[in-house]
Design a protein around this ligand. Structure first.
Ligand SMILES: *Cc1c(COP(=O)(O)O)cnc(C)c1O
Length: 375
């Protein structure tokens, strides 16, 4: 009975929001499918986890559980500033970089504003703008599953308020190289806020031609923010820390107005700082994942499944066109305890995104796919 009243109270933007597809938990798959070993290949997590320095930093935290964390993340911002060449005032820390996306939308978007992003999209690049009543334009890939530079340049020239570009893309893994990125910047009007989401920066850095977006943006006089995260290469997805490096301290100050004051908890700040101090651990994990990605790609091609396509990836996942509806394949994988992400956006119902896991989990995935597809 209350449901009707509540439906009347809810903001008009909310009922049409697509739910974020967070996928199944390991526990749910264990229970529903009776699988004993679970291969988590759906969330682009780092199978090697975080530096051992993180566990050390978290010891003793229970004794500090009664005090509020630093609302300004002073130590972490200063450590990030030191390495990235940004000033601490140009850095914003979020409860995951997803929360910085939310702050950007809350601070800058009003109903009717136009936002540009890619299809298939990282869900939140579409959901948060729509939550604020913005119109989201989703740009198409080329037929060969790459970013379409001409389409992006044309759409940017029309002057959206915000352009959200994940480079490399999630879920596709494709990237704009330095030359293409320079053309994008040249096509963007000075009044557009460029949000460059580099969640997979640490992996993509190893791909030839990947742009130093931060350096290129610093040459520009326009508003921009580059987003990165501790959730992927740094192995801290559970603790929720991401950061943004902005063109201007004033941009960060506007985000501060909409940010919840203690948005990054004590454990998250301590862990991120410790992880940041051990780049060697992160770089080793990233290098191993890139090797595993290449070998998984070879193994998948060797299956010689008719119609199967793999998008070239600069990140820690592969986007695979199965050339058949992903639902039954996904069921077959779940039955074997393997969790991937079957894509649900219109036009991509034949695709799955598989994260690069440990060598063992990757082999289980390829073996399962061979059985399911009868290859
Ligand atoms: C994973 C991811 C994020 C968010 O990561 P957080 O865990 O919120 O820091 C943001 N953007 C893209 C494109 C991602 O894939």
């Amino acid at each position: 009975m209350n449901a009707t009243v509540i439906r009347e109270l809810v903001r008009p933007e909310v009922p049409s929001l697509p739910p974020y597809n967070a996928g199944l938990s390991s526990e749910a798959v264990r229970q529903r499918y009776g699988a004993s070993h679970i291969s988590r290949l759906a969330s682009n997590e780092n199978p090697y986890g975080a530096s051992p320095a993180v566990a050390k930093a978290l010891v003793g935290l229970a004794l500090r559980a009664g005090t509020y964390p630093d609302a300004n993340c002073t130590a972490l911002r200063s450590a990030i500033a030191d390495r990235t060449g940004a000033r601490a005032e140009e850095i914003v820390i979020g409860n995951g970089s997803e929360s910085i996306l939310q702050m950007l939308c809350q601070a800058f978007l009003s109903p009717g504003d136009r936002v540009l992003t890619q299809r298939p999209a990282f869900g939140l690049h579409e959901i948060y703008p729509r939550m604020m009543g913005a119109q989201v334009e989703l740009l198409a890939l080329t037929p060969s599953l790459a970013f379409d530079l001409d389409v992006w340049c044309e759409a940017l020239a029309r002057g959206p308020k915000i352009a959200m570009l994940a480079n490399p893309s999630n879920p596709v893994g494709c990237m704009f190289d330095a030359k293409a990125f320079a053309r994008l910047l040249a096509a963007t009007p000075a009044g557009t806020l460029l949000v460059i989401d580099e969640a997979y920066y640490e992996y993509a850095r190893l791909a030839s031609g990947f742009p130093d977006a931060l350096a290129m943006l610093r040459e520009q006089s326009r508003p921009w923010i580059v987003l990165r995260t501790f959730s992927k290469a740094w192995g801290l997805a559970a603790l929720r820390v991401g950061y943004g490096i902005a063109s201007d301290a004033s941009l960060v100050q506007w985000l501060d107005r909409v940010r919840t004051p203690f948005n990054v908890n004590e454990a998250a700040q301590a862990a991120a700082l410790a992880a940041w101090g051990d780049t060697a651990f992160m770089e080793q994990a990233v290098a191993e994942t890139v090797r595993q990605r290449e070998s998984m790609e070879r193994a998948l091609r060797a299956l010689a499944v008719p119609g199967l396509r793999i998008a070239p990836s600069a990140a820690n996942f592969l986007f695979i066109d199965l050339a058949r509806p992903n639902g039954p394949v996904n069921e077959g994988l779940l039955a074997r305890g393997i969790i991937v992400k079957p894509w649900k956006e219109p036009g991509f119902e034949d695709f799955i995104r598989v994260s690069i896991g440990s060598a063992e989990d990757n082999a289980r995935f390829v073996g399962a796919l061979r059985e399911i597809l009868g290859a």
